[in-house]
Design a protein around this ligand. Structure first.
Ligand SMILES: [Zn+2]
Length: 62
């Protein structure tokens, strides 16, 4: 399991794989960061994903 902190708040999630983490983050963004989702452009989304995978690689195994 890896711990991953939401890039836009302090909530921490745990999952085994990056896919699983994205599945956890998606509803979280829908409810907590709806404004970010709404104002997100394709470029911002791409940058977010790149950062996500980079941070995921650097996240500590539990
Ligand atoms: Zn968040």
């Amino acid at each position: 399991m890896k711990k991953f902190k939401c890039p836009d708040c302090d909530e921490v999630f745990e999952s085994e794989t990056s896919e699983e983490m994205l599945n956890l983050l998606q509803p979280h963004y829908m409810s907590k960061h709806a404004d970010i989702m709404k104002n997100g452009t394709e470029e911002k989304q791409k940058a977010w994903m790149e950062k996500f995978y980079k941070d995921w690689e650097g996240a500590k195994e539990k």
